[in-house]
Design a protein around this ligand. Structure first.
Ligand code: 0X9
Ligand code: ZN
Length: 564
């Protein structure tokens, strides 16, 4: 799935808003250090900008956008330089403090190595013992050989909430899967007190994690056969992920007991599948299922039993949600994940878990294939990957968890604006799709919330339906300098209100007001006019004040409006 650059930027700018207006810096080596984003036009401006920082954060450096850390002194000097830049984060130490708090909160050492059934179970018990207010263990049933298949139920305030389910380790040899499932559980529990996103999530939904669906196969992979995949039925094994009730026995599965994709004698012939099935059927609040595997770095939505796509609007919604998950995962370490349909984009496989959850139970469902992309190393991942994989998948899991409390998918129509011109009343177009299967968007609920002074409450503006799932409204007139901030809310009929970006008023999209004072000499004058005329007809983003893709008369009017 293509990854629009601008979408990433919108997210970054949105996240940066958390710090707008915060000036009380904490203590620590980075106290008062800021993260800035420079808009540099050419190599010369780039090298000038680089003199104001010792720590460039951007991965690709060249003319365009460069993010870097600067000290308070460097920030002051940069401010005086006349280079075009925006402050993304006022106090980097605050970010570091959050990170440290989360690391200290984590039980040390567990994620330094892969862990067997006994260790995973003991770690789960440790989490329950430490935070019985947040996490409980529930036995769901027994495997073929009589091992406990258990769920970790993680929840903050409130009861009778929507449920999001993660299952892992249908396939024994995919050792990164149970570690990642445990990483999600561990991080949810240990950052509930420090990460407001986690608190918001766990107060709104219940997260249920089954780290090892196939404990017999997993045990066996720690003994005689590291690369064992199936359960232990008859010593030959059934592929649990071919034993579900939709598309059972179809393409991509086999009736030969020796096959790695042996589907068993009937749908749900295997106790492990029965145990999860019965849990799902007994939980009417369940909304989302994610089935964790390795490998391939994939985020796959149904359908899985066929190369045909899910019917619209489900497929459109799945595409949108998949992209959100993918971007969240990629935002952590820049790891490339590919999003698509399981059958069409990976391979068709009858009887997989997400199809049964989606087709028979109306749940949103996904398969995650974790690192790496290919083999070697394939299933034999270095243990040093456990934490980074956990970190990136945790961000994806937060989005997947959010889906259970959202009723629509909201995105800005590309190209998303990055700047607003002074005096401009920028039109925001949003694409909004219903999330729950079979739902419709409540058109009267779609609202743009905006402010232009950084402090007032956000004012709601109704967005008009333009057709093709697009809703539109103009932002209030931008001030001469500063920022315009906005977020969007909408809901499906009978569904909960959904906010974009997540966090709404506390995490809005921030559009810096562009200035026609291109040379930053404090006055809009003939020199700036000369810049504009020199770029006439081009798409130079530094001169294209209206952000409409062309330097033209609209930009000239903006410049003239701020003349002098
Ligand atoms: O084949 C599987 O069960 C999964 N891949 S794995 O390498 N972990 O075995 C993929 C299941 C996703 N579903 C489809 N591709 N239909
Ligand atoms: Zn697998």
């Amino acid at each position: 799935m293509p990854r629009p650059e601008n979408r990433t930027l919108t997210t970054l700018l949105g996240a940066a808003a958390l710090s707008i207006g915060s000036v009380a810096f904490g203590e620590g080596p980075y106290a008062g250090d800021a993260l800035v984003r420079a808009f540099v036009e050419d190599a010369e401006e780039l090298s000038e900008f680089l003199t104001y920082t010792d720590d460039v954060w951007s991965h690709r450096i060249g003319p365009g956008i460069v993010d870097a850390r600067v000290t308070a002194e460097q920030l002051a000097a940069l401010d005086a330089s006349g280079l075009l830049f925006a402050v993304l984060e006022h106090d980097i130490q605050a970010l570091i403090d959050l990170e440290r708090a989360s690391m200290q909160a984590r039980v040390g050492g567990f994620f330094d190595a892969f862990r067997d059934n006994v260790e995973i179970s003991a770690h789960a018990d440790g989490l329950v013992a430490a935070r019985p207010d947040l996490i409980a263990r529930q036995s769901l049933g027994l495997s073929l050989e009589g091992r406990d298949i258990y769920a970790l139920r993680i929840s903050g305030a409130g009861t009778d909430k929507p449920i999001v389910l993660f299952i892992a380790t249908q396939h024994a040899r995919e050792w990164i899967a149970p570690m990642t499932a445990m990483y999600i559980a561990d991080t949810l529990v240990n950052t509930y007190d420090t990460d407001p996103r986690v608190a918001a999530l766990l107060d709104a939904v219940e997260v249920v994690i089954v780290p090892v669906v196939n404990p017999d196969g997993y045990e066996y992979s720690w003994g005689p056969e590291r690369l064992w995949r199936k359960n232990r039925r008859g010593g030959y094994g059934v592929d649990n992920n071919r034993n579900w009730g939709v598309g059972w026995g179809g393409i991509g599965s086999s009736s030969s007991i020796g096959s790695q994709v042996y589907h068993g004698t009937a749908p749900f012939s295997e106790p492990e599948n029965q145990v999860i099935r019965d849990f799902v059927l007994g939980e009417p609040n369940l909304r989302v299922l994610t089935d964790i595997h390795s490998y391939g770095q994939l985020v796959l939505s149904p359908l899985g039993y066929t190369t045909a796509l899910a019917p619209d609007p489900d497929w459109i919604s799945f595409e949108r949600m998949t992209e959100e998950v993918e971007l969240a995962i990629e935002s952590v370490h820049g790891t490339d994940y590919f999003g698509g349909a399981a059958g069409a984009d990976q391979y068709p496989a009858g009887g997989d878990a997400p199809d049964w959850h989606y087709v028979d139970n109306d749940l949103l469902s996904w398969t995650l294939e974790l690192r790496p992309t290919s083999s070697p190393p394939g299933f034999i991942l270095d243990a040093s990957e456990i934490v980074p994989v956990g970190e990136e998948i945790f961000e994806g899991a937060l989005v997947l968890g959010q889906l259970a409390m959202r009723s629509v998918s909201i995105g800005i129509v590309e190209p998303a604006p990055l700047l607003v011109a002074p005096g401009q009343s920028l039109v925001i177009d949003a694409e909004i799709f219903p999330l729950p299967i079979n739902a419709v968007v409540d058109a009267s609920s779609v609202m743009l919330h905006a402010r232009t002074d950084g402090v007032s409450p956000f004012a709601p503006i109704a967005m008009s339906a333009m057709g093709n799932d697009v809703y539109s409204a103009a932002l209030p007139t931008a001030p001469v300098e500063g920022v315009v901030e906005f977020y969007i809310t909408a809901k499906a009929t009978d569904g909960p209100i959904t906010t974009f970006p997540m966090g709404g008023a506390s995490n809005p999209v921030v559009l810096p007001v562009a200035t026609a004072d291109f040379n930053s000499d404090g006055v809009v004058d003939g020199v700036d006019l000369a810049y504009l005329l020199a770029s006439w007809g081009t798409s130079d983003p530094l001169i294209d004040l209206t952000g409409d893709g062309t330097v033209d008369s609209a930009d000239l009017s903006v410049l003239l409006a701020s003349w002098g």
